[in-house]
Design a protein around this ligand. Structure first.
Ligand code: 6PG
Length: 485
């Protein structure tokens, strides 16, 4: 066979499926896996008859590639990426390209882009979303890193990426350094928020109006025909319909309520705190997973700590289901508003110039958070890439206006019944906070000044002038130096 177009290292399920996706687009791929028996298994199995060549060492891999060489890593994020890069460096020539397609931390991607650039190697750190199926049939691909590499990988990436109805690929150059992996991290944070909000809707329907999984599956299927149309709503309907083969019971009732997490939601929360951004929908979703993990403690506490007495729901059941739908949509809007605001703060911090309309397009298909309403987000940012917050874009302003009464009703009902709705309620608190011209931070500033002479600005003086009051008549007049996060 001729020289391969690209090499791929790491034949776990995402790697294998990406290779098959490339091959189905006529791209010749050379594949390598550290445990080389995987290469043989792949070649004699799913790769049979495809333009895929197997190799048994990194040097053989490099010798098989067209120049400039393109080598894509689909290995576990973290030190494994660094060690493969170390091994590749002496084998590569100036201008060759290393691509990391794992869920790497964007700070590692910034470092790798800079270090490899010094060695005249071009590095791309790219988000790849869509799970196994996406990798095979068309993922969302979010590349960033050294922009000089983009012209050499664009055709491959855009041909294997998911396409939206217009035919546009869900893949565009995101930006320098860690921008691609940052956007993927935010995608995952939003994914956490979406999943938690769907879980809250499920919990409300189950606990408050005693809806059974079958009926709920229909509700979710119907919601999927509305503005909530999205992959996660679609799979939720499927999940709720699924029966255990042995017992015939709904599968959902047999799954232990304790969530796992690999860390990208937590990274998003940490980054939001560091930047001073508000990302409560995402952080509440992370906390909810952590709380769920305390299963034994919760079981013990449930025997000691009482909530409200169970009251059968005697309101309008269908009307309430609609309210839950509206509450879910309004909360979701707040979560995306926070995610995009975090992106813009990170862009300012890292010197990235991000195109938010393109990011919405990249998330429109292929990825886990794909949803129809991303078209609306794309439109909003296409009108104004500097939009300060999605909530003030006319479509979203109106959508929340329409959903608001339902949203408040659902949260009030959940609170009255003792059903926890941290993502719904924190989203509403964010909305109420964001739309408030006056918040109680005047008192907070007074408290800070009282005990620590931290100073405050006055509402009757221009911004940027700081004052200190001697509150007790006993403190001095010296203000502490001011710094702000
Ligand atoms: C994707 C997903 C994926 C993520 C998993 C698991 O975009 O395809 O975001 O990258 O790793 O969803 O994440 P958790 O284990 O943290 O839930």
């Amino acid at each position: 066979m001729n020289q391969a177009d690209i090499g791929l290292i790491g034949l776990a399920v995402m790697g294998e499926n990406l290779v098959l996706n490339m091959a189905s687009h006529g791209i010749h791929v050379a594949v390598y896996n550290r445990t080389t028996s995987r290469v043989d298994e792949f070649l004699s199995g799913r790769a049979q008859g495809q333009p895929i060549s197997g190799v048994y060492s990194l040097s053989e891999l490099i010798s098989k590639l067209k120049k400039p060489r393109r080598v894509m890593l689909m290995v576990q994020a973290g030190s494994a990426v660094d060690s493969v890069i170390e091994e590749l460096i002496p084998l590569l020539d100036n201008g060759d390209i290393i691509i990391d397609g794992g869920n790497s931390n964007y700070r590692d991607t910034i470092r790798r882009t800079t270090d490899l650039n010094k060695k005249n190697l071009l590095f791309i750190g790219t988000g790849v979303s869509g799970g196994e199926e996406g990798a095979l049939k068309g993922p969302s691909i979010m590349p960033g890193g050294n922009s000089k590499a983009w012209p050499f990988v664009r055709d491959i990436f855009q041909s294997i990426a998911a396409k939206v109805e217009t035919g546009d690929p869900c893949c565009e150059w995101v930006g320098d350094g860690g921008a691609g992996h940052y956007v993927k991290m935010i995608h995952n944070g939003i994914e956490y928020g979406d999943m938690q909000m769907i879980c809250e809707a499920y919990h409300i329907l189950r606990q408050i109006i005693s809806m059974e999984p079958d009926e709920m599956a229909n509700v979710f299927s119907n919601w999927n025909k509305s503005e909530l149309d999205s992959y996660l709503i679609e799979i939720t309907a499927d999940i709720l319909n699924k029966k255990d083969e042995e017992s015939g019971k709904p599968m959902i009732d047999l799954i232990l309520d304790t969530a796992g997490q690999k860390g990208t939601g937590k990274w998003t929360g940490i980054d939001a705190l560091q930047l001073g951004a508000v990302a409560t929908a995402i952080t509440e979703a992370v906390y909810s997973r952590s709380l769920s993990a305390l299963k034994e403690e919760r079981v013990a506490a449930s025997k000691i700590l009482n909530g409200p007495q169970y009251q059968p729901f005697n309101g309008d059941r269908d009307g309430f289901v609609d309210d839950v739908k509206n509450a879910l949509f309004a909360s979701k809007i707040c979560s995306y508003a926070q995610g995009f605001q975090l992106l813009s703060m990170a862009a300012a911090e890292n010197g990235w110039s991000l195109n938010y309309g393109n990011i919405a397009l990249m998330w429109r298909g292929g990825c886990i958070i794909r949803a129809q309403f991303l078209d609306r987000i794309k439109d909003a940012f296409e009108k104004d890439n500097q939009l300060p917050n999605l909530l003030v874009a006319p479509y979203f302003q109106q959508a929340i206006e329409n959903a608001q009464n339902s949203w408040r009703n659902v949260i009030t009902t959940a609170v009255t019944h003792g059903v926890p709705v941290p993502a719904f309620s924190s989203a509403l608190a964010y909305f109420d906070g964001y739309r408030s011209a006056q918040l109680p931070a005047n008192l907070l500033q007074a408290q800070r000044d009282y005990f620590g002479a931290h100073t405050y600005e006055r509402s009757d003086k221009e911004r940027g002038k700081f004052f200190h009051t001697n509150w007790t008549g006993q403190g001095g007049d010296t203000a502490s130096s001011a710094y702000n996060v």
